[in-house]
Design a protein around this ligand. Structure first.
Ligand SMILES: [Zn+2]
Length: 206
């Protein structure tokens, strides 16, 4: 299930398996999520990256659902400084997490079991240092690395065009069926391979 946040229309995904729920990103108010997961067990929260329009409320989810938040080791820096997660761009918002006891930080690539979910993860980059791709049941969650037909912004803090090229190449090499981006609709691999290769060409122009 895809839910759209009011903050820059970012996507939050609720995955279900045998009464267990895994949530990808956290910028929708806890009350909304509570309604949607009623009677089910939330086993974890995954963060695609540390920008506020994806990671807002992550710690609230952890506390409310008594679960852990899984994110890139580089997300810590973003989550702890509002000018790096850009929550400062929206009046009245201030995301600065000081206590990370509810967080599990991941590095490099690997696989983890979270409840009934088998999760593969891979550290990416380009949009932010904290970009983490998650693959579950042949579907990838890429945050803002690739947003439908658009490449994610590389001009924000920690963004990097060379890293973006590497991330896009990795996605082309990776086997998956469906790509879920941080904003907009889902897309299939065939479409996204074309999009990624166009952006790689664009980034390689001198
Ligand atoms: Zn972002």
């Amino acid at each position: 299930m895809r839910i759209v946040s009011k903050y820059y229309d970012s996507n939050i995904f609720i995955l279900e398996k045998e009464n267990e729920v895994l949530i990808v990103d956290s910028a929708v108010e806890v009350k909304e999520i509570e309604k949607l997961v009623k009677g089910k067990k939330v086993v974890g929260v995954l963060l695609t990256h540390g920008h506020f329009d994806h990671a807002l409320f992550a710690d609230e989810y952890a506390k409310t659902f008594k679960t852990k938040v899984y994110a890139s080791e580089f997300a810590k820096e973003y989550l702890s400084e509002n000018r790096k997660n850009y929550s400062t761009d929206i009046e009245g918002l201030f995301l600065e997490i000081k206590d990370f006891k509810n967080f599990v930080f991941l590095s490099g690539e690997g696989e983890i079991e979270i409840g009934n979910f088998h999760v593969e993860f891979k550290q990416l980059g380009g949009h932010s240092k904290s970009d983490m791709c998650f693959k579950i049941d042949d579907e990838v969650y890429v945050g803002d690395v690739l947003i439908g037909r658009d490449m994610g912004r590389t001009d924000l803090y920690g963004g990097d065009k060379e890293e973006m090229k590497k991330s896009l190449s990795w996605l082309i090499d990776e086997d998956y069926q469906i790509m879920h981006s941080g904003h907009g609709e889902d897309n299939n691999k065939k479409t996204q391979d074309k999009v990624a290769s166009i952006w790689i060409k664009f980034l390689s122009r001198k």
